[in-house]
Design a protein around this ligand. Structure first.
Ligand code: GAL
Ligand code: CA
Length: 309
């Protein structure tokens, strides 16, 4: 099984890939050894295509691909189809038209819209229960939004739906700034440090498309010399261990669990079923091609359940 990710330094993807390897290992039997090779595309679609080609030449039976550019899967699809090797795309969703090009293409991920709605709901609940979030008491919440990656399905929908949900819940918002930080903690810290210089105590809320960037915002406040009680409220998505710990400690107020266990397990189950020529329709796929895991809301009240995993 050839697994190729878009980069080597995305903690969520690495955590999910580790789980995938464990799952595949557990599925070995006396009669079936599973050899998993994991590589990354180094943020370059061209490079990723070449890695896929090498994996095919090396004789892999199933491909699991986390595309660099989700709009450019054509070359990979063509190569795989030629050798009759099924492809399980995950996390970076090809457009439907591409996935329908051949019957042995699958997608395992989540419904991005759901994560945005859930994030909006957690933030709204928190604000309703904590009027002190509105530091200057002007009836509006001044906010910053940290965005993942331009063009990524999760960044687009999370941004849209978290804000839309907050407005629907009757929260009065005032946008200070939206900044792309590529899902990355360091980049978010830099962006946030500049915003702190610019806006200071005006910032009351930070909504982040993922946890790594939310943690970058926490770092920025720490480095700017703020006491924890003076931080704005900060929300992420993914439920990575560092973020769960931050929610427990109160440097972050909430996150949305991006269920990497279920996604990794499904990828492993589908990959092995395809290898054995078994029927995959029993695995709960939508439109015979899609498996979408459910997100879950996390805040200080239930964070311990997730930390114990
Ligand atoms: C998202 C996840 C981000 C990042 C991205 C990469 O689902 O929330 O943290 O890993 O996928 O494609
Ligand atoms: Ca305010």
């Amino acid at each position: 099984i050839g697994v190729v990710t878009y980069t080597q330094d995305d903690p969520f993807i690495n955590a999910m890939t580790d789980q995938l390897k464990e799952n595949l290992k557990k599925m070995e039997t006396d009669h079936m050894k599973i050899i998993t090779t994991v590589k990354n595309g180094d943020d370059n679609q061209q490079d990723q295509n070449e890695i896929v080609e090498e994996m095919i030449d090396a004789g892999c039976d199933v491909l699991c691909v986390n595309l660099v550019d989700r709009t450019a899967p054509s070359r990979i699809i063509r190569m795989a189809k030629q050798e009759d090797i099924p492809v399980l795309f995950f996390n970076r969703e090809p457009v439907r038209e591409d996935l329908m090009q051949w019957e042995k293409l699958y997608y395992i991920g989540c419904n991005a819209e759901q994560s945005g709605i859930m994030q909006g709901e957690i933030v709204a609940d928190y604000i309703k229960n904590h009027p002190e979030v509105d530091k200057n008491q002007d009836g509006k919440i001044q906010y910053i939004l940290l965005e993942g990656e331009a063009g990524h399905q999760d960044a687009i929908s999370r941004t849209d739906y978290s804000v839309k949900t907050l407005l629907e819940q009757g929260i009065n918002l005032e946008k200070l700034s939206y900044q792309f930080a590529d899902w990355n903690r360091g980049q978010a810290e830099n962006r946030m440090s500049r915003l702190i210089e610019q806006y200071g105590d005006e910032i009351e809320l930070v909504i982040s498309n993922n946890d790594e960037m939310a943690l970058g915002a926490v770092e920025a406040y720490k480095n700017a010399g703020y006491m924890q009680s003076d931080y704005p409220v900060i929300f992420g998505i993914d439920g990575l261990d560092d973020a769960l710990e931050a929610v427990r400690l109160g440097t972050m107020q909430g996150t949305v669990y991006n269920d990497r266990e279920t996604q990794a397990r499904k990828i492993a189950l589908i990959a092995v079923a395809l290898f054995r020529g078994n029927d995959v329709s029993v695995l709960g796929l939508e439109d015979e091609r899609y498996y979408m895991a459910q997100y879950r809301k996390v805040d200080v009240n239930n964070v311990d359940e997730f930390l114990q995993k």
